[in-house]
Design a protein around this ligand. Structure first.
Ligand code: OAD
Length: 246
């Protein structure tokens, strides 16, 4: 394993344009369950693939709103872990680093990463169901209703989380920037994703010029693309990689 860690360290040391593609696994060591893990506690009986949909929200707005508020609570109690911190450190050490994350927890930014593309939105942001105008928790202050209603005069539509639900399109501009960054990078570091959800899972295929590294305790749909695969948790592997960098 030490030899593989040194290989990864050497590749990252020479990276001119690094893209770090992350999934729920990078936040696992912050105490946030991964997406395909069994739901925790009271949510165990609900299927996230049903809750995280527009249809699910329209069928039961309060249930879906409460589920996201529960997840928001987990996120707000969580701290960035050494994996997030190591990725932020890479941005300080290397000439050009972009983080492309599928996560909605905002932990990369809290760890200090500045160039972060959030493919699936952010659980701290909300938007009007009708006009998609962005709303913060402060915009919704004082409302008891769950979900709250859009505060814009004359609107009163339901407010929803500003996250991408199954079957919804990603933000065109965010996806465009993610594809461009993937096509331009010479190294792609893939951390903590099962590689099953599109279009995120296609980005490594866009990285035609890149040497690809994966860090994940288990093999994923993307492991075959990796020049080096480090089998272990990100919070343990990444600090060792940075310690081995020149
Ligand atoms: P998954 O739950 O599908 O996969 C999590 C990955 O993290 C798995 O491959 C685990 O082996 C790995 N993992 C677990 N612990 C880890 C650790 N400590 N360090 C590194 N890796 C670890 O989550 P995602 O691949 O992120 O989309 O799922 C992608 C998307 O599926 C989510 O963004 C969500 C869901 O549909 C939307 O909500 C639109």
């Amino acid at each position: 394993m030490q030899d593989l860690i040194q290989q990864v360290a050497d590749i990252l040391t020479d990276a001119q344009r690094l893209v770090v593609l992350t999934g729920a696994g990078i936040s696992k060591e912050s105490g946030i369950p991964t997406f395909r893990e069994a739901q925790q506690g009271l949510w165990a009986r609900h299927d996230p693939q049903r809750l995280a949909t527009l249809q699910g929200f329209l069928a039961n707005p309060k249930l879906v709103w409460d589920w996201y508020q529960f997840r928001l609570g987990l996120v707000e109690q969580a701290q960035p872990n050494p994996g997030h911190t190591a990725i932020a450190e890479l941005e300080r050490r290397l000439p050009h680093v972009a983080v492309i994350t599928q996560n909605v927890d905002g932990l990369h930014a809290r760890a200090g990463s500045r160039q972060v593309l959030e493919l699936h939105g952010n659980i701290h942001r909300f938007k009007c169901l009708r006009n998609h105008s962005n709303l913060s928790m402060a915009d919704l202050a004082g409302q008891e209703a769950t979900p709250p209603l859009c505060p814009h005069p004359g609107c009163q539509a339901l407010v929803r989380p500003d996250v991408v639900w199954f079957g919804e399109n990603l933000s065109y501009s965010v996806l465009n920037r993610a594809v461009a960054a993937s096509e331009a990078c010479d190294v792609m570091l893939i951390v903590g994703t099962s590689g099953v959800v599109q279009p995120a899972a296609s980005l490594p295929y866009n990285a035609r010029r890149a040497r690809i590294i994966e860090i994940n305790p288990e093999e994923s749909e993307l492991t075959d693309l990796a020049q080096v695969y480090l089998a272990g948790p990100a919070g343990e592997m990444l600090p060792q990689v940075l310690a081995a960098m020149r």
